[in-house]
Design a protein around this ligand. Structure first.
Ligand code: NAP
Length: 330
């Protein structure tokens, strides 16, 4: 039997910290949840995960978050979210969960730096960019292959780059890359784009942006750095070598749900299933943002989901505390 005293477990010498609302992830969903939980005096703790500020912090300019008519830097917005949550008492820890046990309450969460006993849990762990899974991609990642224009664009000053994908991300990041690159060639597997009309117009109007249609990249070539790509026409099957200094891949994302497999219901894409109240398949565990949203994936929608998840967690804790008090009454 486990013997606990003042939050210390004899099973493991690491103290187990009791937390009313534990939030995993520090993107727009996690930090909005933290703001709402903090304002309800729940003293939430946020474990940032490996990417402080989430994917939004890697975006150079966010032009569609309301309240910023001139746009706002992604990392700047993340800092503002954090500052606002901390002002009301949220604690943001640069730490990442390594395992969770959702089989009983309080939920047990182990992180790199500690262990937590959480009365409620809000999962806002986001999503990770998909890879093409072609020869040379892994070997040359960081040497010309990249998944983040904001992080790596600067290295391609006056160089030729390829962007793979035909969605909003490919076009938005491709247009961003024209700040540095001599030319940006968007390679798309079909002959029409998935991206919205505004971005399409901007890309077509930008003289540095070129398109190669009906084409996939089948191999990344280069010794030390990217030198060329092997391209294959999806209609004719013809192959050719396309010289380039870099390749940015924006072909979608996979939700970060590995920790929860077998404990929470996931959909076929691996996203956490929630009801309209952000409730997962385990009462007291909520999910918000891209980890539970294969459709909208916007900063504003993730922030809204985070706020809603926190409101539900607060309600859940109030109801459960009331129930516990009622059962204790003589
Ligand atoms: P996405 O919309 O899923 O687009 C992925 C693109 O990559 C598609 O064009 C797809 O081709 C292509 N693709 C997928 N797998 C591929 C492969 N193995 N090889 C080659 N091409 C491949 O992903 P996203 O652009 O990251 O956008 C995700 C969500 O975020 C969307 O809802 C989007 O609207 C939103 N978003 C919005 C903004 C904004 O509003 N400013 C900015 C970024 C993202 P097919 O078209 O043939 O399927």
């Amino acid at each position: 039997m486990e013997f606990r005293f003042s939050g210390l477990s004899m099973e493991n010498s690491t103290p187990q910290e009791p937390v009313k609302v534990l939030i995993l992830g520090s993107g727009p969903a996690g930090l909005s949840a933290a703001l709402y939980a903090a304002r309800a005096e729940m003293n939430p703790v946020v474990l940032t995960g490996m990417e402080l500020g989430g994917q939004a912090a890697l975006t150079y300019t966010i032009e569609n978050y309301p309240g910023f008519p001139e746009g706002v830097g992604g990392s700047q917005l993340g800092e503002l979210f954090q500052k606002q949550a901390e002002r009301f008492g949220a604690r943001v820890e640069i730490d990442s969960a390594t395992s969770v046990d959702l089989s009983q309450r309080p939920f047990r969460v182990t992180s790199f730096n500690g262990q937590f006993l959480a009365d409620s849990l809000i999962i806002a762990t986001g999503a990770t960019p998909d890879h093409l899974l072609i020869p040379g991609e892994n070997e040359l990642t960081g040497r010309g292959v990249s998944y983040c224009a904001t992080c790596d664009g600067w290295f391609f000053k006056d160089k030729k780059v390829v962007v793979v994908g035909g969605g909003d991300s490919a076009l938005e990041e491709g247009i961003f890359l024209t700040r540095y690159a001599k030319s940006v060639t968007i390679v798309h597997r079909r002959d029409s784009l998935r991206a919205g009309q505004i971005l399409q117009k901007r890309a077509f109007d930008n003289e540095k942006v070129k398109f190669i249609w009906n084409t996939v990249v089948t191999e990344v070539l280069g010794k030390e750095t990217v030198e060329a790509l092997r391209l294959k026409d999806t209609v004719t099957g013809e192959e050719r070598i396309f010289p380039t200094d870099g390749m940015f891949i924006f072909i979608g994302h996979t939700p970060n749900t590995g920790l929860f497999k077998g404990q929470l219901e996931l959909d076929e894409g691996g996203y956490i299933k929630t009801d309209t109240l952000m409730q997962t398949s385990v009462p007291g565990v909520y999910a918000a943002g891209e980890v539970a949203d294969p459709i909208y994936r916007q900063v504003v929608t993730s922030a809204g989901m985070g706020a809603a998840a926190a409101m539900q967690a607060i309600r859940y804790l109030e109801e459960n505390t009331k129930e516990a008090e009622t059962t204790l009454e003589p």
